[in-house]
Structure formats: C-alpha cells, structure tokens
Design a protein around this ligand. Structure first.
Ligand code: 1GP
Length: 227
C-alpha cells in the first residue's frame, strides 16, 4: 500500500517534457518518497506510458496525477485525482471524474485512488488558465477551502498549487492551521533546499517539479528536507 501520509518529499515529472536516462536515475534514486507523473498540457497515453515504464525500473512509488481521461492508464502504484475547487468550471471539480467513472468504474480499484482538493494560486500558471481558477484569494478564502476539504468533503489531501512560482508562505499557513488529519501538499517554485525547507516547515508534503528540468543539482538538494 502506498499511503500519502508517508510522503514528505515528492518529485513531479511532466510526461510532455524530455528527461535523460541519467537524470531520471538521479531523481528516482534520490531518496524521494514518490514520483508523481502529471502535467497540464500535451499529456497523452503514449508519453505517460513511456515515462511510467522508465520510472518502473526503480523501486520508488510511481503515482499518476490524472490530467485527462485519455492518459489514465493502469499500472501505477497509486492515482491522484485533482478536484480544482477554485475553478469556475465544473468539469475540473467533478465532470471529468464522472465521465471517467462512467467509462472505467467497473475496472477501478478505488483503494488505489485518492482525491486531492486542489486550490490553484498562481494566475500565470498553465493550470490556472486551463481550469479558469479564481486565484484572487485571501487568508480567509484559503482557510475556508481547507475547512471545506477536510470537514465537509472529508478528503485525505489538500493541494496548494503555485506551479511555476514560489508561493506565499502565509497562505499555506492559513490553510495548514485549519487542517487536522487532511494532508497539506504544497507545490510551486521550489528550486533550492532553502525554499524546500521553508515550505516543508508548513506543509506536510512538498512537490518539486520544474527545477528538475532546469537545474538538476538543485532539484536533488531538496530531498534533504526529509526527516
Ligand atoms: C506542479 O506543484 C507542482 O504541479 C510543482 O511546481 O513545477 O513550480 O516546481 P513547480
């Protein structure tokens, strides 16, 4: 069983981006807790399958963060389903999920799936534009989303997504203060050990993405946050 409670540090690989075998080996053998595979655009069955089979050579949990139905393929250790709560488009709350269950529910092992209550906060990110997220939120807004996710939806994970930029620590704190059992996952702009440490002081899990492709050495340094 792969439990999100066990994950402190995660690398997120984008199937639409190139990564050499040597860099992939460094990432997979870095001591990180899991590899997430996910992205906002150009995510296809082919590139997800290709990346999954390459990551599979290493004994690290391989997790698909589902971006679209087409690329939701079997073979992963775990699946994360983002529900973007500050999107104005119901498709990104539950529409895609409803369609997926209609098509594939009969063969889904629900124990392998975890829903993430997503809140997207970088207005310039692809994910914010794609999902038409309202990123103009204050501390009360994010705290209310945290309560909604844990107290009402009862989700195991809240994901604060600043993809592409380093986030406002005080916003992450405002969410964390409301959460009791729900795990707080933070991703966005972590490109150094110092930033990794700062966010990991607040969040339960940190996700490191883009810097893998721009500065692999700094990416590898971030794993040191793990206890
Ligand atoms: C993206 O949250 C992840 O979904 C990580 O963000 O790519 O900015 O590291 P970065």
């Amino acid at each position: 069983m792969y439990e999100i409670q066990d994950w402190q540090h995660v690398f997120k690989l984008d199937p639409a981006k190139e990564i050499s075998d040597i860099d992939l080996e460094r990432i997979c053998e870095s001591g990180t807790d899991a590899i997430f595979i996910g992205g906002s655009d150009n995510v296809t069955m082919e590139n997800v399958l290709d990346l999954m089979s390459r990551v599979r050579r290493y004994p690290v949990p391989c997790v698909l963060e589902i971006s679209n139905i087409e690329s939701a393929i079997p073979g992963f250790d775990h699946y994360l389903i983002p529900s973007v709560l500050n999107s104005d488009n119901v498709h990104f709350h539950n529409g895609m999920l409803h369609e997926a269950i209609k098509q594939m529910g009969h063969m889904m092992d629900y124990d392998l799936f975890t829903m993430e209550g997503y809140v997207v906060l970088n207005p310039e990110s692809k994910v914010a534009k794609l999902t038409r997220s309202n990123t103009d939120l204050n501390h009360d807004d994010i705290a209310a989303y945290a309560d909604m996710i844990e107290q009402l939806y009862g989700l195991k994970a809240m994901y604060i997504e600043y993809s592409g930029t380093y986030g406002d620590v005080s916003m992450v704190k405002a969410a964390k203060e409301r959460l009791i059992q729900t795990r707080l996952i933070y991703g966005g702009g972590i490109d150094s050990l110092q930033k990794a440490r700062e966010m990991f002081e607040v969040a339960d899990t940190i996700v490191v993405g883009n810097v893998i492709y721009t500065d692999i050495k700094s990416a590898l340094q971030t794993v040191k946050v793990r206890g």
